[in-house]
Design a protein around this ligand. Structure first.
Ligand SMILES: Nc1ncnc2c1ncn2[C@@H]1O[C@H](COP(=O)(O)OP(=O)(O)O)[C@@H](O)[C@H]1O
Ligand SMILES: [Mg+2]
Length: 139
């Protein structure tokens, strides 16, 4: 499957992206709790695109590794970048006087998480959630 790309310019784009992500999460067979986690992650990453980077792109992709399926969610922008990534990932840190719970929350909710950012160039946040594997039933 080729990635789904959502341009995030306005508030309404956040809700469109959440809907698209929900469709993919459903199709992959995530349970209700994981689907909610995925929706929260899309909300936080798209809000960050709007608030901190003046917009950007949200991409979702179905991925496979060693027979496991998952969803990769990537937020990409050409905004101001993040000077201190460790600080941005700490609970309560915000340059916008908001909760500062977005990035640390995303990291906790997903299985894999990475940020690449260069000041004055932009930011890429990538997060992966794997579909839980069914336990093998031994004969
Ligand atoms: N896409 C981004 N571009 C530039 N800075 C960002 C981006 N996303 C997050 N940040 C920085 O990381 C900080 C922490 O983000 P987050 O945990 O989502 O908290 P909040 O959005 O409430 O400030 C932000 O205040 C901002 O300084
Ligand atoms: Mg945020």
């Amino acid at each position: 499957m080729s990635p789904v790309i959502c341009s995030i310019r306005r508030e309404v784009d956040v809700y469109v992206a959440i809907g698209r992500g929900r469709e993919l999460a459903n199709a992959l067979g995530f349970n209700t709790i994981d689907r909610t986690r995925i929706e929260i992650v899309i909300l936080e990453l798209t809000r960050n695109l709007l608030v901190h980077a003046n917009g950007g792109e949200l991409r979702f992709e179905k991925i496979e590794r060693q027979g496991r399926q998952g969803i990769a969610i990537e937020a990409v922008d050409t905004g101001p970048g993040i000077a201190d990534i460790a600080l941005a990932l700490s609970d309560g840190y915000s340059t916008a006087h908001t909760l500062g719970a977005g990035l640390p929350g995303v990291k906790r909710l997903m299985d894999e998480f990475s940020i690449e950012s260069t000041v004055s160039v932009g930011t890429r946040v990538r997060a992966i959630k794997w579909v839980p594997q069914r336990r093998e039933v031994k004969p």
